[in-house]
Ligand binder design. Structure first.
Ligand code: FE2
Length: 374
């Protein structure tokens, strides 16, 4: 069921328009400390807060912003709260991938009509700055999409939140926007969730990777990437494939307890400066051996950056028909080996770094070995 329709004049119209990612909400064990980490390590600015001091007794939420990237970290005040139960089951993780739309009611109704499971009907939130309309549907695992309509709102974030700043001296990191969010789903679940995004939100299948593309001596996975009409929202979806040992996707599913968000890729315009800053702040990245750099230029051809700098920072390079990209992956950012970040700079390339998969998976396997989960 495609949502792109052609008018009589032959102009394509997107029936499920998305303006981009609105925010990502993490449910965490200690929101105050998570907020500090995202400020001091990743350079996010605290802009708003909701909690007991603002009349919400059972949760604390901090809104953090950098470029167009907006995170909320939310923790619970008592063990019976759904946020506390989520953290108990899954550890810290991404609960909400919010999508910015022009008409939340329309998006929600269309999604539910097309088979999405509701996670919360339309709510209209108001304060002196106007109104936010929002409604939510479930996607894989316990993860939800919230459609956020903010065209009649001029406040800092959303009714219910108060503007808040902190004394943190923020590092200049230069993160710009969410490039893609990747989900790990159970064995046999990939096609079901690809079809969900196609049927419910009219996403198109961009690319398919099978275990021949993504396998090492020990582990394998399969992946498909779906994208919305304007290409602003891209969701790669992974499922484990049979390997000699436990794949990183199985490890994720074991620790998270269900399907969920595996990594969030954030774009920068200057990856060397960004990674220099993140490393200086103590952010940990996967290590790729020096010999990667001995042959990489044979594979990717000429690049503008100094290879010595890329090697020093352990930044990876890949090329497709349209250009090249630079990317690097953090280690998991919480105790469990679940969610991590990718930092990416695109120089024409629209792909996802297929040429780096092998080196990356070997890097992940070295980490799995240390954890005793391979
Ligand atoms: Fe990625």
């Amino acid at each position: 069921m495609d949502t792109m329709i052609k008018s009589q004049a032959g102009v394509e119209k997107d029936l499920f328009p998305l303006n981009g990612t609105d925010y990502l909400e993490f449910y965490v064990g200690n929101a105050k400390q998570a907020a500090f980490y995202y400020q001091m390590a990743f350079g996010f600015k605290l802009i708003a807060y909701r909690g007991p001091e603002t009349g919400v007794p059972d949760t604390a939420s901090y809104v953090l912003q950098q470029g167009k990237v907006r995170f909320i970290v939310t923790g619970a005040m008592n063990p019976d709260h759904p946020v506390a139960k989520h953290v108990l089951a899954h550890g810290d993780g991404v609960k909400v991938m919010a999508l910015w739309v022009d008409d939340a009611e329309y998006s929600y109704n269309l999604a539910v009509e097309r088979g999405a499971k509701s996670a919360g009907p339309l709510e209209v939130l108001t304060d002196d700055d106007g109104e936010i309309r929002r409604a939510s549907i479930y996607t894989y695992g316990e993860t939800i999409h919230t459609f956020v309509e903010r065209k009649n709102y001029k406040g800092i974030f959303m009714p219910g939140f108060q503007a808040k700043e902190s004394n943190c001296e923020l590092p200049n990191v230069g993160l710009q926007y969410v490039d893609h969010c990747v989900g790990n789903v159970e064995l046999g679940g990939m096609d079901k969730w690809v079809k969900f995004y196609q049927d419910v939100m009219g996403f198109k299948l961009l690319v398919t990777f099978d275990d021949k593309d993504i396998s090492t001596k020990y582990t394998a996975l399969m992946s498909k990437v779906v994208s919305n009409g304007n290409g602003y929202v891209k969701f790669p979806i992974n499922e484990p494939a049979k390997g000699v040992k436990k794949s990183q996707i199985e490890e994720y599913l074991d620790f998270y307890g269900t399907a969920g968000v595996q990594h969030i890729a954030i774009a920068t315009h200057d990856i060397v400066a960004t990674i220099d800053a993140l490393r200086a702040n103590g952010v940990e990245f996967l290590y790729v051996p020096d010999n990667y750099y001995e042959t990489v230029l044979e594979r990717v051809g000429n690049i503008e950056e100094d290879l010595k700098e890329l090697k020093r920072l352990n930044i990876l390079i890949d090329r497709d028909e349209e250009g090249y990209l630079l990317q690097i992956f953090t280690k998991p950012v919480q105790d469990r080996p679940t969610v991590f970040f990718e930092i990416i700079q695109r120089k024409g390339a629209k792909s996802f770094g297929k040429g780096n998969f092998k080196a990356l998976f070997e890097a992940i396997e070295r980490e799995q070995e240390l954890r005793g989960t391979l």
